[in-house]
Design a protein around this ligand. Structure first.
Ligand code: ADP
Ligand code: MG
Length: 240
């Protein structure tokens, strides 16, 4: 589903991605861990062209995302994204937050979009919040609504950038549970996270990034119990 080769990204003179290669297979959950500033968010943002890469190639579903024929809007429909800050539209209730893009961008019938939204709200455990405005939701509820909103576009891949980092501890579990359900249902996912327990339990593979490079890539059991690189060991000793 994702094939990234030789990805480099500079902001001015600062090179934040220094040659990244990775693949994600259909239905696979890839977790990316690593210290702050290592380039994790930038890498995710390059996948849907929220950032433009300086060098390299990225194929999504076999299609080069920098090909002149590639429609960036279509590309972004394929890749649902969930951020640390929930980014819900404050002036729309939860239901309309979810139906907005399907109706406006995909020209989905409004009634059909609402049915789909209510189904997704049930899935994330928010069926009773459809008509509530974001300000009345807890952080965990906002993030679950944001996940439902991303799913409403029927993405092929879900990208999560530290989706639980802004949450009070008691709300982390409910969001991780929704993500676990998604993984179990076969969604292809790339998850930047500090939740090592989640990575260990749910990831098919884990990547450790440091200073713009992939330092180590392994199955979670391997990476968490027997890291090979001293930098991985050092990072894990600080966070576990
Ligand atoms: P992470 O998500 O791993 O914490 P980021 O991808 O956010 O790392 O950032 C990697 C580096 O790129 C950091 O040094 C950060 O300051 C820098 N950076 C990120 N976005 C920009 C930007 N838009 N302009 C300039 N520098 C940026
Ligand atoms: Mg980040």
């Amino acid at each position: 589903m994702i094939e990234a080769r030789g990805i480099k990204k500079k902001f001015g003179n600062l090179e934040v991605l220094k040659g990244i290669d990775f693949n994600v297979e259909k239905g696979e959950v890839l977790c990316i861990i690593g210290p702050s500033g290592s380039g994790k968010s930038t890498l995710l943002r390059c996948l849907n062209r929220l950032e433009e890469i300086t060098e390299g190639t990225i194929k999504i579903d076999g299609e080069d995302i920098h090909d002149r024929k590639t429609d960036v809007n279509k590309l972004r429909e394929k890749l649902g994204m969930v951020f640390q800050s929930f980014n819900l539209f404050p002036h729309l209730n939860v239901l309309n937050n979810i139906t907005f893009a399907p109706v406006e961008l995909k020209k989905m019938d409004k009634k059909q979009a609402e049915e789909k939204a209510r189904y997704l709200l049930r899935k994330v455990g928010l069926e009773d919040k459809a008509l509530v405005y974001p300000e009345k939701l807890s952080g965990g509820q906002k993030q679950r609504a944001a996940i439902a909103r991303a799913l409403a576009m029927e993405p092929e891949i879900m990208l999560f950038d530290e989706p639980t980092s802004a949450l009070d501890p008691e709300m982390v579990g409910e969001v991780l549970q929704v993500m676990k359900d998604l993984a179990r249902d076969g969604m292809t996912m790339v998850v930047v996270t500090h939740e090592m327990g989640f990575a260990r339990e749910v990831a098919d593979r884990v990547i450790f990034m440091d200073d713009g490079l992939i330092i180590e890539e392994a199955a979670p059991e391997q990476l968490f119990t027997a890291p090979q690189n001293p930098r991985t060991k050092d990072f894990l000793s600080k966070v576990l």
